[in-house]
Design a protein around this ligand. Sequence first.
Ligand code: DHB
Length: 393
Amino acid sequence: MPTTRTRVAIVGAGPAGLLLSHLLAASGIESIVIDKRSRDEIESTIRAGILEQETVRVLTESGASDRVTTVGSRHDGVELRFDGQGHRIDFPSLTGRAVWLYPQHEVLKDLIAARLAGGQDIRFETSALRAEGIDSDRPIVTATTADGEELRIEADFVVGADGSRSVVREAVTGASRVGGYFREYPFAWFGILCEAPPSAHELIYSNSPDGFALISQRSPSVQRMYFQCDPDADPNALSDAQIWETLQARVPGTTLLEGPIFQRDVLRFRSFVAHELRRGRAALVGDAAHTVPPTGAKGMNLAVADVVLLERALRALLLENDERLIDGYAEKALKRIWKAQHFSWWMTSMLHVTADASDFDRLRQLGELRSVVESEAGQTYLAEAYTGWLHEA
Ligand code: DHB
């Protein structure tokens, strides 16, 4: 079997894996990135569009993307809408921070272009089968290439950046297949992309008696919108007219600008945190380590925060033989991960309507929303969490 040697074997060419290879390269640490998907598939998968200020800082300062600030747009607030009224949360006055709207697949295009220009070894259409020997200092990743050949990558360290169906996770968390704390939700999001001008300057998170809707954006002529639906909903079962009727009813008091719908999908909700994030010479980052429900767009931002911590730890381990940071990686990363889990769960439960909600539940939820928008402390918590907690210096 052909064997390749590298310092860090990174499984997964999503935002976490690619950013990690980029930061490691800047410290002179060589890596190989493999992903079972093709480059085209990776660059066209539609995901969320909100980047925290710290995420933007890491992407721009490291030279991974400058389009995030030239093509993306800064958002200084969001609207929470309930009981037929909108309430703006102003980020800069509450936190001194803002967020940027720049879709994740654009970040991926920038990262792939930057990595290939830097001579990074990225193997697309190469599926990891397993990670082994992670308790030794010569861990190995075995994979199958696009032409069906087996490939062995021998490394000093293995990183699982391979998403929610991570192969590396099994080695890190032990025999158990699930290997983590898990929660499901009784609803999903119906997402669309449409050709229309923006309906508002900023994003609208709307709670209505019929359920939640999020009015997001992509560009002056393309918009992204979502509405709460059944997890088993078929994205092709609704006509465009039915989709618009549902969306309009979910943002009472606002009229959405409509246009042709050219993409639709159903996103399932789950919360997950792996029981272990690191064992021996292997660690997990991004969705391999945790999944959050989409409300609040924490997924990629959390991945970037993991990567910043892990890169620092790998630098100390591989360049100075210092194990202290890698030994502290999981504990440090988990503190932010659980805060983000709480925030994503909280935004989700505060804004969505469940089928079994009683009148008490519904009125209590409106009380909760009022407690946030009518209190500077309430607004500040939302703004701090939404714009993201600062990374450690
Ligand atoms: C988007 C997705 C989110 O989950 C969110 O909270 C905000 C924006 C988006 O896709 O634009």
